[in-house]
Design a protein around this ligand. Structure first.
Ligand SMILES: Cc1cc2nc3c(=O)[nH]c(=O)nc-3n(C[C@H](O)[C@H](O)[C@H](O)COP(=O)(O)OP(=O)(O)OC[C@H]3O[C@@H](n4cnc5c(N)ncnc54)[C@H](O)[C@@H]3O)c2cc1C
Length: 431
């Protein structure tokens, strides 16, 4: 219900256009909005942040390679040329399908069509101690926390007289051997090789340990065994210690306890799990155990005519993906494009075809000049060409021309100087 004195429809005037409300300006929401540029709908985008985040490059912010602003894009600028586009920075708390409204602390907003594109949230599998002390990497603010902690730990390591504490401060544990964990481990290994000896000459580089811990039997489990082996070999050669089939059980901020061994470390970076960021109110039985909302092949939430779900938050079972699609940007982008087409079909009175995911393969950047690409036909490539291709693809998909330019210039500089672009601790200091 609307709080007292709240603005009618969050201050957005009703026009004669039908209103599409999109919750979430991530990969899916952004692509959907972009596809509606020439449509006749009123488009309202709601997000708790005022920017889109290019999550693939969060690890480069966390490892002091890229400026945070280079991977963000302001959501107010999304549909600059659409006459009836509105953005509100607000968290949607509940959906009220009976009243065709979403509920926020500033008031309710009515919709003709609602699209839930809220992505996923970090999931700690009920481990309270890990949730309290580990650092997740899902937002820019979290990536900056990781960078600040890593750099501050190194400064503290130089100031402590206690040798064990120095080692603990200089150790990084990464939980999760998916693309985010693997790429972060590679970036830390490059940091250790190129930056540490130059910027921290008083610190023994051997103290800087990088542990990568994965629960499953292999890294990059969504790719083939060959790709997993390549990633593991690359990382081991770069000095990363990889532990597969290892379950993290507890972390008190000083020691990571697993079912096999313990790792004294002041930084545990968590990329170990996500669950769908569903919003309350849709009714019983629509959310699966991974927090994803069940939808049909038209992205329509089961049983609800005018509510759709996209990207990481949707569970759409198909012949090729009976358990739902992988939670990847490619799926989110294709679903966003698809739904834009579906809304244009509705406008023109046409019938839509069901959504079909086109798998174009996967890629990972393990560090300087080391990339892995797996094409949709299962073919694998590794080394310099996949690395360059990874850089090109990520540059292409990064939102905003200014961001592309900044990122390209930073990468060129990092590559030639073998340095970090942003080794600055940006947090409030006690003294
Ligand atoms: C570190 C990292 C690395 C990754 N690397 C890759 C990769 O290499 N390749 C790949 O394909 N995928 C990668 N992914 C996964 C990819 O980023 C996701 O699949 C993709 O972001 C999903 O898009 P989405 O639009 O569903 O959600 P998101 O992009 O997460 O966007 C969701 C949006 O919804 C907003 N939101 C959530 N709840 C609310 C609410 N209640 N009210 C208002 N707004 C809300 C959020 O603020 C956010 O802006 C990576 C993810 C991470 C975290």
């Amino acid at each position: 219900m609307c709080p007292k004195n709240s603005l009618q429809d969050l201050g957005i005037g009703q026009t004669d256009r039908r209103r599409i409300v999109i919750i979430g300006g991530g990969f899916a929401g952004l692509r959907l909005a972009g596809g509606l540029q020439k449509s006749n709908y009123q488009i309202v985008l709601l997000d708790r942040k005022n920017h889109h985040t290019f999550q693939h490059l969060l690890y480069q912010v966390a490892t002091a390679e890229l400026e945070a602003g280079a991977i963000a894009y302001p959501l107010r600028k999304v549909l600059k040329n659409h006459p009836d586009y509105h953005f509100r920075m607000v968290r949607v708390e509940r959906i009220d399908p009976a009243r065709n409204s979403v509920v926020t602390r500033y008031g309710d907003l009515r919709y003709d069509y609602l699209v839930i594109a809220t992505g996923a949230e970090t999931h700690f599998f009920g481990m309270d101690s890990v949730a309290r002390h580990a650092l997740p990497m899902k937002t820019i603010a979290e990536a900056l926390d990781i960078k600040n902690r890593m750099l501050k730990n190194l400064e503290d390591a130089l100031l402590t007289p206690d040798a064990d504490e120095r080692r603990t401060l200089a150790t990084v544990v990464i939980a999760g051997g998916g693309p985010a964990g693997v790429e972060t481990a590679g970036a830390f290994a490059d940091f250790k090789r190129f930056v540490l000896p130059r910027d921290y000459p008083d610190l023994d580089p051997n103290l800087f340990k990088i542990y990568l811990i994965e629960l499953l039997p292999r890294l990059l489990a969504q790719m083939s065994e060959e790709a997993s082996e390549s990633a593991e070999t690359y990382l081991k050669n770069m000095g990363v210690e990889v532990f597969t089939e290892t379950r993290i059980q507890n972390y008190d901020g000083h020691t990571v306890k697993t079912d096999k061994t313990e790792f004294p470390a002041r930084l545990l970076l968590w990329t170990g799990g996500i669950s769908g960021a569903f919003i309350d109110g849709l009714g019983e039985g629509l959310v699966d155990k991974k927090g994803r909302i069940a939808a049909d092949r038209f992205c329509r939430v089961n049983g609800l005519e005018n509510i759709y779900a996209l990207g990481d938050v949707v569970h759409m079972a198909t012949e090729n993906h009976p358990e739902g699609h992988p939670q990847l940007a490619a799926v989110a982008v294709q679903q966003g494009e698809y739904l834009a087409g579906h809304f244009l079909d509705i406008e023109k009175g046409r019938k839509s075809k069901p959504f079909r995911y086109t798998d174009r393969g996967m890629m990972a950047n393990i560090g300087r000049k080391k990339g892995i690409i797996e094409l949709e036909n299962g073919r694998n490539y590794k080394g310099f060409i996949p690395w360059i291709s990874w850089l090109a693809v990520h540059l292409f998909f990064l939102a905003g021309f200014g961001n592309k330019l900044k990122t390209f210039a930073t990468w060129a500089w990092i590559y030639t100087s073998r340095d970090m672009a942003t080794p600055i601790i940006l947090e409030k200091q006690d003294d």
